[in-house]
Design a protein around this ligand. Structure first.
Ligand code: AMP
Ligand code: MG
Length: 427
């Protein structure tokens, strides 16, 4: 059975994930500013303008084999001997081929005028004696087809082609393509400046306190590590502001500092509705904040708002993630990641979804749209991590992706489900 994509949550009072994405998109105005960066440094950046080729790639017709450039008219049957009058290595231009002549040619070398095919050297045999003029000869042992083993000028890129488009996120291969048309620099959107902090009096930094000295109730701050790494992968400049205690005044002070000089303030923890959750009133006192209860699991509480810059123009975006590590991770991947790409002007911001068969059962439906940590198996199906608790970060390390399971849907072994790979989300 094929599961439909979720649209709205079944539980009233919850906001649908798609609605939340739409709201965020309305706020995701592109950053002003373009950086000119060396092509070498442009991996992961978002192109700020179309890249148009000023030349053909390859620039000339060239050989795709080591062998002999020939004229098909000379080789009407197998076993014809041709005089080898020139040798053309890659990077050199040969002379015109006359009737009865062949050119020794190597992969990547330009096809000489007059030649219309290449015979690979495996289909030839050297003739032991030179001809009457002392010119070496080669026996062509098959009848070549016109154009064979020739790579045509412009078959990769033609002059005037848009080879990379504005809004495209550059990958290693894009850098190669830009280089192939001679570009040593690219115009990209500037990096988003993100201030990151974690809230929670229970949090301790690894390295500050040894495991054996941890006080009861203390936990290590894990969110800070993956959130920082994810932001860096998305091309952000990150100011890591560390841990902010659960106090209103300190949270306000941290937000004020963060609003300065940053496009986005990202926090984890403190956005639930308990009295130790100070993020909401603190943001509200400096700007505006909406606290959403999103119909997704993990990751129900999520906050979006803006913090005004003191004595300056403008404001910083604010996003508050839930504190549970897997909730933090999933809301980052599904809500923050597209936003960060959108403000960089990227056009493709939602991950690819594919259908794969579940090799497990989920007998109990959840009222929220659920993102289950799963892993592809060798049989082409998906296995489920046994503990799907939002505190179990192991599930996300064991898993290689998420199932997007609609609210209210159970899963039976063999059902086709919607899978999103972490490889796509972590890119
Ligand atoms: P909160 O959203 O602040 O209510 O936190 C929810 C749960 O997530 C609590 O069990 C916290 O201890 C835990 N938590 C919050 N922040 C972090 C963090 N940075 N690293 C690991 N766990 C956290
Ligand atoms: Mg907390």
């Amino acid at each position: 059975m094929i599961k439909p994509l979720a649209t709205a949550p079944t539980r009233p009072g919850l906001m649908g994930l798609d609605d939340a994405l739409l709201q965020l998109r309305l706020h995701a105005l592109p950053l002003v500013g373009v950086d000119t960066v060396p092509t070498f440094e442009a991996d992961g950046r978002v192109l700020a303008q179309d890249v148009v080729s000023a030349l053909q790639v390859p620039p000339q017709d060239n050989s795709s084999m080591d062998g002999y450039a020939v004229r098909c008219a000379d080789v009407r049957q197998a076993g014809v001997a041709l005089r080898v009058t020139q040798r053309i290595p890659a990077g050199q231009q040969g002379a015109a081929l006359k009737p009865g002549e062949a050119a020794r040619i190597f992969t990547g070398a330009s096809i000489p005028p007059g030649a219309d095919a290449v015979v690979m050297q495996e289909d030839t045999q050297a003739v032991s004696e030179d001809d009457a003029q002392g010119i070496p000869q080669v026996l062509v042992q098959l009848v070549p087809l016109p154009g064979q083993w020739i790579r045509r000028s412009g078959e990769d890129v033609r002059r005037g082609d848009i080879v990379l488009s504005r809004g495209e996120r550059l990958q290693p291969t894009s850098l190669g393509l830009a280089a192939s048309i001679g570009l040593s620099q690219l115009q990209v959107s500037r990096k988003p400046r993100v201030a990151l902090f974690s809230t929670g009096d229970e949090l301790v930094m690894p390295g500050d306190v040894a495991p054996e000295d941890m006080k009861p109730g203390a936990i290590y701050n894990s969110n800070r590590f993956f959130l920082r790494a994810l932001l860096l992968r998305l091309g952000c400049e990150v100011s890591d502001m560390g841990i902010v205690p659960d106090r209103r005044d300190l949270t306000v002070a941290a937000l004020k500092r963060a609003a300065d000089n940053h496009d986005l303030i990202l926090t984890s923890g403190g956005v639930s509705v308990g009295e130790e959750d100070h993020v909401k009133p603190a943001v509200q006192s400096l700007g505006q904040l909406e606290l959403w209860q999103i119909g997704m699991k993990p990751g129900k509480p999520f906050a979006y708002g803006q913090v005004h810059r003191e004595g300056q123009m403008g404001k910083a975006h604010f996003m508050g993630l839930p504190g549970n590590p897997v909730s933090s991770l999933v809301t980052f991947l599904l809500l923050v990641r597209p936003f960060i790409l959108q403000i960089q002007g990227a056009f493709a911001t939602s991950p690819v979804r594919v259908m794969l068969p579940a090799h497990f059962d989920v007998p109990k439906a959840d009222r929220r749209r659920e993102f289950l940590r799963v892993r592809r198996n060798a049989q082409g199906g998906l296995d489920l991590f046994p503990n799907q608790s939002s505190g179990v970060l192991t599930s996300a390390v064991w898993g290689d992706g998420l199932i997007d399971n609609p609210a209210g849907a159970t899963i039976q072994n063999g059902d086709w489900v919607t899978y999103i790979s972490f490889a796509d989300l972590l890119l």
